[in-house]
Structure formats: structure tokens, C-alpha cells
Design a protein around this ligand. Structure first.
Ligand SMILES: O=C(O)[C@@H](O)C(=O)CO
Ligand SMILES: [Mg+2]
Length: 251
């Protein structure tokens, strides 16, 4: 299996270009991040070039985090801000040749929120297409993100059907979906055609993947049997605060 270091959680005390170099030294095959916007895109691009790593993905800006925003794209009345965040992500991603953009839904519920999310995702997909960028949506668990618009894979599947764009896919985060739904292996197999990226962490602690209630040796053997060969996102919070990548050797 190949792994992508999620630099939102790993080496997140370092400037992004430095974190990319540290991920390379630790043996990761790719990198991904959350919100890279404070870092100069040229410096990030140089670090990617120097290490030969690809940036798999980044997120749209969350909005005003001091007011509790966690994404904007499903919030009726905030379409202008949501689309500005999508445009910003596309510009940044295309500068550093990132493959995917996770469009964050935010806190909302109901039919109007669903319609808003679908419209914004169609906008994002159409803008991203010319840059060969895939748009991702990710269900988040209701403990970490109570009242987040997108909470289950079934809801994501329904949204993707309604969005009806081939470059919009599901980010299957095993950590969130184990908490919300379980049945991870069957779910991965069934949803494989709509999966754009997979992330992992232990459950429930969200720390190093080889601890906790999910058996990743088993899950990876199933993914291998399904022919999945893309790098898997190691999106975990290091248990002791500093990054220990020795778990990579087990896989
Ligand atoms: O799982 C997560 O929390 C992330 O993948 C993310 O992008 C939203 O914070
Ligand atoms: Mg995730």
C-alpha cells in the first residue's frame, strides 16, 4: 500500500514546504493538506518538485472560523462566499498541480441546504474541469462536527447522483464512516465507483492507524483485492504530539 501524509495533522507545526520534505523523508508516496492558503504556492510547488511528491488534495476555506464556520457550500444565502472559496481553491490547486479539492459543506440542514450544496458543487465541478481537478465531498462524523450538513455515505451518494458531474466524487474517510455507519469493507466495495480518495486513522482516538477498533491489515487486503492502488491518506493526529511514522513499516 502507498500512503499520503495528511499535512493538516502531520508536521502541522512546520511551514507547508518543510512538512512536505519531512513527509518525503518519512517514506510517504504523496501528500495532502487542509488549508494551505497562508503559504506561498510557488514555495509549495518547489518543495513538491524537489521531493517528487504529488499534492493529492486541499480543502476549500472554511469561512469565519471565529464564528464557528466549517465550510460554506451548503449554507443558503452564503453562495457568494462559497464560490469565492471554491475559486480560491481552484487557483491554488492548479498552481501546485493538486489533484482534488474537498468542497466543505458547512453547518446546515434541510432541502434548501441540499439544493445550495448541489448548485455550488455543480459550479465547482464545471470550474475545476478545465484544470483536470476532481471535486470531493466528505461525510464527517456527528461527534467531531455536530450538525455538519454531510454525515453519511448514503447522503453523499444521493448528492453525487443529483450533482451529476463525473469529476465530483466521495472522499471515503474510514474514521468518520466507521463512527457513523461501520461495515467498512462492504461499503468500500459497493461505493468504489464513486470514491475519489480514501483516508484512514484509528477509531475512536483518531491516532496512528494500526491502533483502535479498525483492522487496517484486513481492510487493505480487501482494497488490494479490489485493485485499489492510489495512495491512502494518513489523516491522523499523532498520539504523542510528535509524528512517529514507524507504523508505515507494518504495511
Ligand atoms: O476528515 C477530516 O476532518 C478532513 O478530511 C477534512 O477535510 C475536514 O476537516
Ligand atoms: Mg478526512
Amino acid at each position: 500500500m502507498k500512503f499520503s501524509a495528511n499535512l493538516g495533522f502531520l508536521w502541522n507545526d512546520q511551514p507547508l514546504p518543510e512538512a512536505i520534505k519531512l513527509a518525503h523523508q518519512a517514506g510517504y508516496a504523496a501528500v495532502e493538506c487542509h488549508w494551505p492558503y497562508q503559504f506561498d504556492a510557488d514555495e509549495v510547488k518547489n518543495a513538491l518538485h524537489e521531493t517528487g511528491l504529488q499534492m493529492l488534495g486541499l480543502n476549500t476555506d472554511r469561512g469565519d472560523i471565529s464564528k464557528g464556520d466549517n465550510g460554506l457550500s451548503s449554507i443558503p444565502g452564503r453562495e457568494v462566499e462559497a464560490r469565492a472559496a471554491i475559486d480560491q481553491a481552484i487557483v491554488y490547486a492548479s498552481k501546485i498541480n493538486a489533484l482534488n479539492i474537498h468542497v466543505m459543506a458547512g453547518f446546515a440542514s434541510g432541502e434548501e441546504a441540499e439544493k445550495t450544496f448541489i448548485d455550488n458543487l455543480q459550479y465547482a465541478a464545471d470550474q475545476a474541469k478545465t484544470h483536470n481537478i476532481t471535486i470531493l465531498i466528505e461525510p464527517l462524523n456527528h461527534y467531531d462536527a455536530p450538525n455538519y450538513f454531510l454525515q453519511t455515505s448514503a447522503q453523499a451518494e444521493d448528492i453525487l447522483q443529483k450533482v451529476d458531474r463525473s469529476n465530483v466524487k466521495l472522499m471515503f474517510d474510514c474514521y468518520h464512516l466507521q463512527i457513523m455507519e461501520g461495515d467498512i469493507c462492504r461499503r468500500l466495495e459497493r461505493l468504489m465507483p464513486i470514491i475519489g480518495h480514501i483516508q484512514i486513522a484509528s477509531v475512536p482516538a483518531r491516532s496512528e492507524p494500526n491502533t483502535g477498533e479498525l483492522n487496517y491489515h484486513y481492510i487493505f487486503s480487501k482494497l488490494e483485492a479490489l485493485g485499489y492502488s492510489a495512495p491512502i491518506g494518513a489523516e491522523y493526529k499523532p498520539a504523542k504530539g510528535s509524528v512517529d511514522s514507524s507504523w508505515l513499516a507494518d504495511f
